[in-house]
Design a protein around this ligand. Sequence first.
Ligand code: ZN
Length: 469
Amino acid sequence: MSLQRLSSGRLSRVAVGALASVGLLLAPGAAVRAQGEPVAPNIERDTEIEAIFHEEMDPIFAAANLDPKSVQIYLVGDATLNAATGSGYHMVVNSGLIMQTKTPNELEGVVAHETGHMARGDVARVGEMGRSAIAPMVLGLGLGILAAIAGAPDAGAALIYSGGYFGQLNALAFSRDEEARADEAAVTYLEKAGYSAQGLVDFFNNFRYEEVFSDVRKYPFWVDHPLTDERIEALAARARTQSHWRAQDTPEAVARFEIMKAKIKAFTNRPYQTYVDYPLTDTSYPARYARAIADYRELETEKALKEIDALIAEQPNNPYLYELKGQALMESARAVEGEAPLRQAVALRPDAPLLRLLLGQDLLAENNPAKLADAVLTLNRSLVVEPDNPITWQYLAEAYDAKGDGGMARLAAAEQNFHLGQLRDAKVFAMRARGLLQKDTPEWRRATDIVLASQPTADDLRQMAHPQG
Ligand SMILES: [Zn+2]
């Protein structure tokens, strides 16, 4: 489980620092929402949640003629209700959205609506000022992921990620016409996918009262996707005529949905809240899972391990239970014990890069020179599947450094910074890597490419041509 790590590690500090410059960039004349300061988005990654999401939503993407594999979901740890899509089939979903949908079908409805925007290529309109400001802002956030969401070449035009982070800009909302068309598309996709559009109607009805709010009091989702009575009526009328109108959530879908909610709650709320939400009297799987996560976060490691082992006894092929066990051990300075469960998690889901990342991190945390080669190998295998994850590069740099391989450590640090959109640091590390790596090897050439892609100055280029200078 990596929800915690990505939201509390170096990445978020980078993002917070970079946001200061975003403030400077936008301060004069920019409309800032009354909620106040912009908040650094925490992109949460979790193999299980992403798998549940895809299992549920892939039929919708397929109905929209999108390759489900090409749709990347980004979960943002933010209690605000929001979701958005970006170019290149990126979909951003706030944990708050998942929390505020009551059934899988409601979430399917919202995702189908966002897919409608994505498939139609709708872009939230931004003013001319915004258009020129967004590209550097997105880079300034220090998250290559967000730069990717914004898309190239016209980052401003393609950026649909409004909400709390980008909501500082004026006029990001979709037009009523775009909303109506996205609703129509949503009904079509849901029907094709075998789902009812009732969840979307219900979800809109749950928030009908927000219509009377001023924009600053609304959830950002409703500012960007204005809700009106006519809109809800039109949607409902169309939805009722579909043959899957009465289709119900399957028990499996409900079970997965509850696991996803329990996991997000247990990892994002304070542990005491989890004990309130899931009291001991609740012996369901999601409740026990949530309590085990809360125990581990409370550093009640033994208690957590006992509960996780009991869950493993019932579900011996569940990779995420081994993942949680390994993470609990690693984070309580028991990395040596954490290795076996993490290897089991990887064996059960060899295709999951985040599980390999966690194993690599654990091998590194064992602080044993004999494990370093394996750490490097494991992290590199994670990067084969997900080459743009800056966290993986960060640990790979540490692993090479511990091995005493200075050139490769600097190359990995250059990659890390490059994927964070921090081109200046990427260039510096890549220049150092070039000086240490053997000339004309693939690694040396990759370092050269990073320098060239990181806005080198004339001086940099001269130094590359005449390294002794
Ligand atoms: Zn919309």
